[in-house]
Design a protein around this ligand. Structure first.
Ligand SMILES: [Zn+2]
Length: 634
């Protein structure tokens, strides 16, 4: 992509040079491989050559493009030929020159001037990335600090390896905190392992604080143990609490539970509050047992009691059905009262089994379509119906409930041009994690979306994450937009469930290069993708119904068969949520065997140790949850 435009600029530069040669003092003559000759000052920066042309513009080219460079050499052979340059090309040359001037300003003594240049560079957009990357590679520490922010603002995925290398370089310590922020902003979930490793190994509190902020905001289960540890670290406790506010993933439970018995009374009460914040209907037996265990220890016991209220309020019906299994008669009776108040049959029995149909009805997993900004509602409803049809098995053995959310997701944006997909996905993932039954949220927008590494993105997503779907490039005619949107949603859903791209070109799950490709796709997945989809959806459905152990078993089977790192990790998280440390350990060992990246093995060893501790703790206190197998559907 970059080759073609830079060639145009070179041609123009050569032409401009020719016109100006006669009046300039001698400088370097550079002969390019394509025969062009340029005159100017040459500086080599890594594999790039920077040429400050006599005509006043600066060029950045690949070093390999230079055939020969002669200092104070003879004048260019083309001397005397005057060639006109178009205003457009001259403007581009000037724009490049402006970028170089701004990069120079990043070493200004005044911070205000530096910040101004930084903001201006962030506005320049993707076309200046080659200059910014070269400047970043060769710049002074101050320049690099500001350039990290610029690269983060633009979202330069190509810089991720370089920024990661900074984190591993002890001589670049002053850049570490900024590098953490930049990685989080550019690459999000794909750098969770590196950031976790930095959180664990860095000695610098400022750097670790940034890691806690980013990992907490990403709600990264991979970091669960280490964020739980940060909660107890005097240097990190405050930022960790702030970053994890609203993160209600029970994946934290095995790491928080043992701390009910450690530290000061205040620390133990805080741990109890944390347990309450993340527990789900799957953990009623554990909560009920804890209330008994800590009834004599006032501060901890008092902090646990609101857990009952939370299950009742935050998990309508299913919370109360599970509370029927508590050992305390008062809790059971109040749950039964709550259920009877809304049921037609008031005489129904007092056990969870008696209320199984209500529980099933309250935990139907859904695919949720949400409008991001103004979107034609009729189109959304049509898309929902189309997707339900596409995903239904012809024999009726499998179906997916597809809902259109009444809520409008608004994405504030001050700039014109495409919406930053990172902001949109962040909002959608918050919606998704707030509703356990919303297995996937698909945000549909009429605006164009940009994602790091892509000027325009059709339907950005990640395995396990929400989906943002842009209608902008799907055409102008309603029927065409609707047809393409259906296939695009199927394509993104496969990605977001962690299904590998399909080789069948007519399958919506195969690789997509342009919106027009969608026209050759079927409205249904191929048999292989459909089987994978149904299997994964069932695992997600089990988790949505709080049968985490069942979900873990499904995932573990898939992971083992497909040798899939993603599914092995998901299986481990499911078992952690189910409070089954031994099963989780087995999955982490499987992950360890597959993921040989440096540093990962050590993180997993620590996780296995912590899970071992959790297992001992749960056994000693007889606080493990009841297995959900007996009451599983299907
Ligand atoms: Zn397929």
């Amino acid at each position: 992509m970059t080759r073609h435009p830079s060639q145009c600029v070179l041609t123009a530069a050569a032409a401009a040079l020719v016109a100006a040669l006669a009046v300039r003092a001698p400088a370097d003559t550079v002969v390019l491989r394509n025969g062009q000759q340029l005159r100017g000052r040459v500086t080599i920066e890594g594999d790039k050559a920077r040429i400050e042309l006599d005509v006043g513009a600066t060029l950045l080219i690949d070093r390999g493009d230079i055939a020969e460079s002669i200092v104070d050499g003879p004048a260019a052979t083309a001397q005397g030929e005057a060639v006109a340059i178009s205003a457009d090309l001259m403007a581009r040359l000037e724009a490049r020159e402006r970028v170089h001037v701004l990069v120079e300003q990043l070493i200004d003594e005044s911070e205000a001037a530096r910040l101004k240049a930084q903001a201006a560079l962030a506005e320049t957009g993707r076309q200046t990335l080659p200059i910014l990357r070269a400047a970043f590679a060769a710049g002074s520490p101050t320049q690099r600090l500001h350039l990290l922010r610029v690269l983060a603002a633009i979202g330069d995925t190509a810089s991720v390896p370089n920024i990661t290398a900074i984190l591993r370089d002890p001589n670049a310590r002053t850049l570490h905190a900024e590098a953490v922020k930049a990685l989080g902003a550019i690459a999000g979930h794909s750098v969770v392992a590196v950031l976790t490793e930095t959180l664990v190994n860095s000695k610098d509190v400022a750097v670790r604080t940034e890691c806690v902020k980013v990992l907490g905001a990403l709600r990264a289960p991979f970091a669960a143990l280490f964020l739980a540890e940060a909660l107890r670290d005097p240097d990190l406790a405050a930022p960790a609490r702030a970053a994890m506010t609203g993160w209600r993933d029970p994946v934290l439970l095995p790491y928080v539970l043992p701390t009910l018995d450690a530290g000061t009374r205040e620390a133990r009460a805080r741990a109890a509050a944390r347990v309450v914040a993340v527990l789900t209907p799957a953990h009623v037996r554990t909560l009920s047992r804890l209330i008994d265990l800590y009834k004599d220890e006032k501060s901890v016991g008092k902090a646990l009691v609101p857990g009952v209220q939370r299950l009742h309020k935050d998990f309508p019906v299913v919370g109360d059905v599970e509370l029927l299994g508590a050992t305390q008669p008062a809790i059971k009776n109040s749950a039964l009262d709550a259920l009877r108040r809304q049921a037609k049959d008031r005489r129904r029995g007092p056990t969870p089994k008696d209320w199984q149909p209500e529980r099933d009805q309250a935990t139907v997993p859904r695919l949720v379509l949400a409008a991001c900004g103004p979107v034609n509602r009729a189109l959304l409803r049509e898309l929902a119906a189309d997707l339900a049809t596409s995903l239904k098995a012809p024999d009726g053995s499998f179906s997916v409930k597809v809902d259109v959310s009444r809520r409008l997701v608004t994405i504030p944006s001050s700039e014109p041009g495409p919406l930053d997909a990172r902001r949109v996905l962040e909002r959608l993932e918050a919606e998704q994690s707030a509703d356990p039954q919303a297995v996937r949220v698909v945000g549909v927008t009429a605006a164009a979306l940009s994602a790091p590494g892509h000027q325009q993105a059709l339907a950005p997503t990640r395995a396990g994450g929400a989906i943002a779907l842009s209608l902008k490039q799907l055409g102008s005619e309603a029927a065409q937009v609707s047809r393409r949107a259906r296939r695009l949603a199927l394509h993104a859903l496969a990605q977001s469930l962690g299904i590998a791209p399909c080789r069948d070109a007519t399958c919506p799950s195969s690789i997509l290069y342009a919106p027009e490709d969608l026209d050759a796709r079927s409205s249904r997945q191929c048999n292989t993708c459909k089987r994978a989809f149904d299997e994964l959806w069932r695992a997600e459905a089990d988790a949505a119904a709080f049968y985490y152990d069942a979900a873990g078993r499904r995932r573990a089977t898939i992971a083992q068969r497909d040798k899939s790192l993603h599914h092995a990790l998901e299986a481990a998280y499911c078992y952690e949520r189910a409070l089954q440390p031994l099963a989780a350990i087995a999955q982490w060992k499987a992950v360890q065997a597959m993921d040989t990246r440096p540093g990962i093995g050590e993180l997993i060893n620590r996780r296995v140790e912590a899970l071992d501790l959790a297992e001992k703790w749960l056994t000693k206190r007889q606080a493990a949850p009841a297995p959900s197998t007996r009451r599983r559907r299907r």
